[in-house]
Design a binder for this molecule. Structure first.
Ligand SMILES: Cc1cc2nc3c(=O)[nH]c(=O)nc-3n(C[C@H](O)[C@H](O)[C@H](O)COP(=O)(O)OP(=O)(O)OC[C@H]3O[C@@H](n4cnc5c(N)ncnc54)[C@H](O)[C@@H]3O)c2cc1C
Length: 286
């Protein structure tokens, strides 16, 4: 039996935090996926002058305020990455590693990725290139895979892959590698291109190349239409109306992932609007 919620919120930046607060005030059973530090875009800001009531606050201080607010309302953050959201008609199933969660409504507040698309990435997507190593692991039994990890939790996926694949290469995009099993081959290099013919065959780095049957790019965030199959996306953002509804019934989006301006207060405001409309949606169908 999968865990079932009224609303699942994906992302713990200002949009996701505001959505969670407002959904809980309206007595909905929620789950909030994100990270303990809430959002690296929040933590990195040295000084914020445009958040009403908090002139000159640092991103770190605002993060602590948000965390205090969540704690006061007993709202917990699940530190897990959501791999995919599937609409089942009148409810959703979310894939999170090997677990599944169900929700009547979903609010996506994942922010936007700043990472560039590698030449060959789109061309070979689904043809040897993927964004979730653990999801596609059975396809690479006894084969060679190269995993580009943009965040340390990519090491867990590489270790997992070691039990399935013949050879696993790990290319970290950060400094300190901590949890990699000894069987995984560590390569230091910057990815430049993916090349192949009918399918991906090689990952070209600035200082060499790796031949692989599968190439996984474990980015800090998944492309929006990969995360939610069937959702309408334009220019890298969800298409939403003023209710923050997407084209999929019960699926809402808020924050940077709906488009510019990329700003805290806009994100938080949209998170609130999304939550209130998700609450009305649930109340009308139950
Ligand atoms: C250095 C810097 C300074 C800035 N200064 C300002 C400023 O002064 N004023 C201002 O208004 N704005 C500023 N911004 C912009 C602001 O940071 C963003 O507009 C804001 O953080 C967007 O909030 P968000 O909730 O939409 O997304 P984000 O804050 O990006 O949060 C997204 C969250 O979703 C999580 N996530 C993503 N994918 C998944 C997944 N698949 N599963 C689970 N969780 C996931 C991420 O881990 C993260 O927690 C600044 C940005 C930067 C980088």
């Amino acid at each position: 039996m999968n865990d079932r919620y009224d609303i699942i919120i994906i992302g713990s930046g200002p949009a996701g935090v505001a959505a969670a607060i407002n959904a809980v005030i309206r007595k909905k059973k929620i789950k909030l996926f994100g990270s303990r530090d809430l959002s690296h875009k929040l933590v990195k800001s040295p000084r914020i002058d445009n958040y009403p009531g908090f002139y000159g606050i640092s991103g770190n201080e605002l993060k602590d305020r948000f965390i205090g607010h969540l704690q006061s309302m007993d709202i917990e953050i699940s530190e897990e990455k959501v791999d995919a959201v599937y609409s089942m008609g009148n409810y959703f199933v979310l894939a999170v590693k090997e677990k599944l969660y169900e929700a009547t409504a979903v609010i996506v507040a994942t922010g936007v990725s700043t990472g560039r698309i590698l030449p060959g990435e789109n061309e070979f997507l689904g043809k040897g290139v993927g964004y979730c190593a653990t999801c596609d692991a059975p396809l690479f039994k006894n084969k060679t895979v190269a995993i580009v990890g943009y965040e340390p939790h990519g090491e867990e996926d590489a270790n997992f892959m070691l039990d399935v694949a013949k050879e696993v290469y790990y290319i970290p995009m950060y400094d300190e590698v901590k949890k990699l099993k000894s069987g995984v081959k560590l390569i230091k290099g910057m990815p430049r291109e993916i090349i192949g013919t009918d399918k991906a065959e090689k990952l070209v780095l600035h200082n060499g190349e790796v031949e692989a049957d599968g190439i996984f790019l474990l980015k800090d965030m998944i492309m929006l239409d990969q995360l939610v199959p069937g959702v309408e996306v334009e220019g890298g953002h969800f298409t939403v109306n003023r209710q923050m509804e997407t084209n999929i019934k019960g699926l809402y989006a808020a924050g940077d992932c709906t488009g510019k301006p990329y700003q805290y207060i806009k994100a938080a405001g949209e998170g609130q609007v999304a939550a209130l409309n998700a609450v009305s949606y649930i109340d009308n169908i139950t």
